[in-house]
Design a protein around this ligand. Structure first.
Ligand code: NAP
Ligand code: 8YV
Length: 325
């Protein structure tokens, strides 16, 4: 077994305590407040061989670390890591797929139900004593019955959401850049095309330049006045000003959002809307699933430095090989 104690791992910013504990037990570890090269001296920068992180790792930070080999990202979404730049420098990037898929799909379905059937508002009504004082909570205008679901991003999580909603008796369509083999759901080669074919759009697409604000007014108009929009993917994919406008003026009926463009800041205009159901990015946030994600971060680092192989390389760095050979 190669000596892991020769490889320093940098943890910039906060990371899950189970990941921190395992990294500290296996490797010499350096912790800094944020991914900022100004916080490291030249010797420290030269010593860093791996990063375990849940924060932005940009090209400048990567370039400041001459002996960096691997960035192990906590999260399946790695839009905060400049993976293309890492690949160009021969640096491996890993993420945490699969271990969170079912949890996030469960959350997505809960968020959809809360949005359509107003369950959080109904509970608040009960807690405020209004059931006894005023009578039953009003019937919801919306229902899940008869809805047609469009999934933007039919990957691992999108397919897990689709499987659940099929069992609810709902029709499923999707948009990706490419058709998915082995599924019978209707494919749309544009997001707008998908939105006009369905009344319920669930976004579980990655962030990044290709999807930046792609859910804008045109897509929301295509979804229509009975439309429900759920976002469990990334906030950056949505034009939030357009969404606020669409929810205010009835362009769509309601939205359920777990993710926002500038987390943890949520626009006051969204918070003020009665037809927006809002969650603080809790898609994967159970003790069980976050621990599995933490394990996968550390297992990637250990595998890389002991066998030269990453367990879950992101596509951009799939061809990157270990300098150890
Ligand atoms: P995945 O398996 O890679 O699925 C992503 C899907 O999006 C793929 O089917 C991909 O298909 C499609 N896609 C990517 N870029 C696209 C584009 N520009 N236009 C259209 N479709 C595009 O990833 P996953 O494991 O399902 O995770 C998906 C995302 O969920 C993550 O990236 C993350 O942002 C988010 N997430 C959120 C939470 C939360 O707590 N809310 C938790 C976990 C993950 P093509 O490549 O064919 O286009
Ligand atoms: C995490 C996520 O909460 O995996 C992802 O892409 O969005 C979530 O599971 C996040 O990455 C870390 O806070």
């Amino acid at each position: 077994m190669p000596d892991l104690k020769r490889h320093t791992i940098l943890i910039p910013g906060k990371l899950h305590p189970h990941a921190v504990g395992r990294i500290e037990a296996a490797f010499p570890t350096l912790r800094i407040e944020r991914a900022d090269a100004a916080l490291l001296n030249t010797e420290a920068m030269a010593g860093v061989r791996g990063i375990g992180a849940m924060t932005t790792i940009d090209a400048d930070f990567i370039d400041a670390l001459p002996n960096l080999e691997i960035i192990a990202n906590f999260g399946v979404g790695y839009d905060a890591v400049d993976a293309r730049h890492a690949a160009s420098r021969g640096i491996m990037v890993t993420n945490t797929p699969d271990v969170l898929t079912e949890e996030v799909a469960d959350t997505a379905v809960g968020l959809l139900l809360n949005t359509v059937r107003e369950l959080p508002k109904a509970e608040a009504y009960l807690r405020a004593g209004r059931w006894a004082a005023e009578g039953p909570y009003p019937l919801t205008q919306a229902t899940l019955r008869g809805r047609s679901i469009g999934i933007f991003g039919l990957g691992r999580i999108g397919q897990a959401i689709a499987r659940r909603l099929e069992a609810f008796g709902l029709s499923i369509s999707y948009h990706n850049r490419r058709r998915v083999d082995g599924v019978s759901y209707e494919y749309h080669d544009t997001l707008e095309g998908l939105a006009s074919a369905v009344d319920t759009l669930i976004s579980v697409a990655p962030g990044g330049s290709a999807t930046e604000k792609i859910v804008g007014m045109k897509v929301l108009e295509a979804l229509g006045p009975d439309g429900v929009f759920v976002n469990i993917g990334r906030g950056s994919t949505v034009d939030e000003d357009a969404l606020v406008e669409a929810l205010k003026n009835g362009t769509i009926r309601a939205a359920g959002l777990d993710v926002f463009a500038d987390e943890p800041r949520v626009p006051d205009a969204l918070v003020a809307l009665p037809n927006a159901t809002l969650l603080p990015h809790v898609g994967s946030a159970s003790v069980h699933t976050r621990r599995a994600m933490a394990d996968l971060v550390v297992d990637n680092l250990i595998s890389w430095f002991s066998s030269g192989k990453a367990l879950t390389a992101v596509p951009e760095t799939a061809e990157v090989t270990s300098p150890a050979g």
